[in-house]
Design a protein around this ligand. Structure first.
Ligand SMILES: [Zn+2]
Length: 68
């Protein structure tokens, strides 16, 4: 991958956008196992190869769980 792209703030903002969109689509679909309502259950992750100013934004992984 191009180094200039990895330095670009737009690139990381786009990644976060995609993350949010996928998370929202998954949440809206409900639990694939039981069809129950999904609740936020984010968990921490350690971003690697990520510029320091972006680390905080990438330090959570979106996750959901139902009551099942
Ligand atoms: Zn479930």
């Amino acid at each position: 991958m191009c180094h200039a792209l990895l330095e670009s703030p737009t690139f990381f903002a786009l990644l976060l956008d995609i993350d949010e969109e996928l998370a929202e689509a998954a949440r809206a679909g409900g639990c694939p196992a039981c069809g129950g309502v999904l609740h936020l259950a984010d968990y921490p992750r350690k971003p690697r190869g990520c510029p320091v100013p972006w680390r905080e934004a990438f330090s959570r992984r979106r996750s959901f769980c139902c009551r099942g």
